[in-house]
Design a protein around this ligand. Structure first.
Ligand code: TRP
Length: 333
């Protein structure tokens, strides 16, 4: 029997997950988990690379992220959900990989560059932060993942992983798998302020765990077309956050096309399209919120699920690491 292809993806536990995570990756994980051997990593060590002084925050969000996973339908019976730090093999592999990348290559990674600016490290970038793409490469390759379902911002990570794999396979032995990114077809979701990146620190995200009131308030504040002041004026649909969200979440594509036409012609107010978006988001979020609340009643059971997932993940990673050590002549006894 041909074995199933392997997918691996995950998140940093630095805060609850938002609609951008859903569109960029969670949706694909739920769809793909039946077809592939799926691993989902809660990357607590990666979270610590820029939160060294906030271990409590990372610890707390491990549970929050796990609840978000369960709420959207990642099924721990078929997907292996695990905690990064419980698999020391991943840190070991990171150490080996660090010899296969240069400092200048790390400094050129566009995602890391953006994040460094955003986080305002100035001259004080933690070495662990700069090197987190290497640790991510270890996460992916320890499981011999073929596919990595991620948002667009993670493409440089997969590229860097592929480079490391090629180098490793050439120098030592061709045992590692070069992964491919699987980027969602839906356009990237902007923040409610229209900025391209949605994030906790930017204060512009709608979370999967937001209350109906919070969702309403955020949508009503959403960036539209700043020149569309009166309903009767023609408005822009492109770059209009409300329409971008409607495209991602409203299943009635025909109605949306009609609304876009009206908006462009003039005669359709922002409040009206926002009301529609609130309704659409509520339909999407209500069952998620309900499931989340159900799982949240029993955090012990959720942690137990993570413990079991981590045990399973450790077995898979240990196998690869035994091969890696042998290939690197580190299998002494
Ligand atoms: N860097 C990812 C994020 O920002 C999290 C992550 C850690 C990850 N390890 C991974 C994603 C491995 C995909 C594969 O959310």
């Amino acid at each position: 029997m041909a074995s199933k292809k392997i997918i691996l993806t995950g998140d940093r536990p630095t805060g609850p997950l938002h609609l951008g995570h859903y569109v960029g990756s969670l949706k694909a994980r739920v769809e793909l988990q039946n077809k592939y051997d799926a691993f989902v990593i809660i990357a607590d060590l990666q979270a610590l690379t820029d939160n060294a002084e906030n271990p409590e925050k990372v610890r707390k969000n491990v549970l929050e992220v796990a609840l978000d996973y369960l709420a959207v339908g990642i099924d721990p019976k078929i997907s292996t959900i695990f905690i990064q730090s419980l698999i020391p093999e991943l840190s070991e592999l990171t150490m080996y990989f660090l010899n296969l990348v240069t400092l200048s290559r790390l400094e050129r990674n566009p995602t890391v560059k953006d994040e460094m600016k955003q986080k305002g490290f100035g001259g004080n970038v933690p070495a662990g932060f700069l090197a987190y793409p290497v640790s991510q490469a270890a996460d992916i390759t320890a499981f011999k993942a073929d596919l990595v379902p991620v948002g667009e911002d993670q493409l440089p990570m997969i590229e860097q992983t592929a480079e490391i794999v090629r180098k490793f396979n050439k120098i030592y032995k061709p045992i590692l798998v070069e992964p491919k990114a699987l980027v969602s077809k839906t356009a990237k979701l902007p923040g409610i302020d229209g900025k391209m990146k949605m994030g906790k620190s930017l204060g512009n995200a709608i979370y999967l765990s937001d209350s109906p009131e919070a969702v309403k308030e955020k949508v009503m504040k959403m960036y539209t077309d700043p020149k569309h002041i009166h309903a009767e004026n023609p408005g822009h649909v492109e770059g209009n956050t409300v329409f971008t969200y409607l495209d991602a979440f409203d299943n009635d594509k025909k109605a949306i096309e009609e609304l876009k036409k009206q908006y462009r012609q003039g005669g359709l107010g922002d409040v009206e399209i926002k009301k529609r978006l609130i309704k659409v988001l509520e339909e999407f979020l209500t069952p998620i919120r309900k499931r989340r609340a159900e799982f949240a009643k029993n955090p012990k059971a959720v942690m137990k699920m993570l413990e079991e997932g981590s045990q399973k993940a450790k077995i898979a990673a240990s196998k690869t690491l035994a091969e890696v050590r042998a290939a690197m002549k580190l299998d002494y006894f």
